[in-house]
Design a protein around this ligand. Sequence first.
Ligand SMILES: *Cc1c(COP(=O)(O)O)cnc(C)c1O
Length: 494
Amino acid sequence: MKYYDKLIFKLSKEGRTGYSLPGTCFAAAAVPENLLRAEDPALPQVSEVDVVRHYTNLSQMNFGVDTGFYPLGSCTMKYNPKINEVIANMPGFQGLHPLQPACSVQGALEVYYNMDKALSAITGMAGFTFNPCAGAHGELTGLMIMRQYHLLRGDLKRTKVIVPDSAHGTNPASAAVCGLEVVVVKSNADGLVDVADLKPLLGDDVAGIMMTNPNTLGLFEKEIGEIAALVHECGGLLYYDGANMNPLIGVVRPGDMGFDILHLNLHKSFSTPHGGGGPGSGPVGVCEKLLPILPVPKVVRKEDGSFDVVGSSDKAAGQVSGFLGNFGIILRGYAYILMLGRQNVKLVGKYATLGANYIKESLKDCYKLPIPSICKHEFVFDGLVDDGSRKASDGSVEREGATTLDVAKRLLDFGFHAPTIYFPLLFHQAIMIEPTETESLETLDAFIEVMRKIAAEAAEDPSILKSAPHNAPITRPDETTAARQPVLKFQDEA
Ligand SMILES: *Cc1c(COP(=O)(O)O)cnc(C)c1O
């Protein structure tokens, strides 16, 4: 333990202060006797430098995208440019209150309006709601719109939602929360939705299908045209999980593929900060015929060009949050789009795809690549080619090999966050890597070099990996206990 790892109360010294106040302008204010404290509060008495070092060091015990590369697959973790923060911190935006009358927040409403137009252009949808505050919240909202669409037509039989077996776990969960029944469609040997398996599932009880394209394996669903035609023919709608819209930005539009409803994760594809549970933004876009069903409140542009908020509508699929969503996150996403501009937005998907394929091709001789085709923004390895395990001549285990967990732990020693591991469940030793477009070639090369070094270490002596990380504040907690009974309070050793 380093001296600054101590609880700040342990650094306290009687009479030490870290502030200086000008004069005593408050001395005259008389506090009634009965409201006065009997004793001083037990605050730590520390100097400014003690406080700065304490909190700076605490902040560095964690890993963040500001301190290193974060190649997390399935959840885009791109760099959040500082200009987003500068803009979100402008007093005119920061001081807004959600109950202010529309006439006093015209600029903010214009941001919503313009962001709606930008996202509609990028995705090929007719309009968006920004009220959902997370990706999964967007899924639920989208499914409520789907359900409302069928209910408004008096079509009450449609209670089933088809979800591929490779889907993100939130998809079946959202459908269940929305009161719909989940039906799973299988993937074929190429990791794509099996159209032959889909056909018999379609009927007049199907509300729709939820898909991600590219899917969770980073593969483009090539049959999407046929799938869209089949689902529409049976009267269902197509929902697009656009949490990781990243590889498609500027290349293909879900609206053109036939999707009717989608959500985006601004806190993934549009660079706003995320992790640790929020805040997020999961705007939902719909095609023309579903526009009246978007939840309220909505931002509208009046004939005189000014903006207003509409609070109710008889067709709307309800209300999904208190106000108009997480404005600060929407603003950051808007700043990101404007910063890139029309030309560069078109490069996002291409660079994200190029980076993923570059890493995949550079490492496939040391890590098993179960699906060798060209990937989109992410891909999956299935453990090490040579994990260092050795068997004796009688077949007994002489030396245990290194697992995917060991590789992930070892990466921390070299200043890289671990990729997503053991997901998707289709492979036993899954390592899922997504570099995003925000990393330089030099960073990708440094990552590749370290991944190769780790593979060589594993082949030579897996124990180096098995005891890693060697210099992280926390090394190997019991994973199950850490997840089920997390210790979230400081544990004082003394
Ligand atoms: C992250 C993610 C979600 C859920 O988003 P949250 O904001 O965490 O609720 C849904 N689908 C996919 C494919 C995702 O990657």
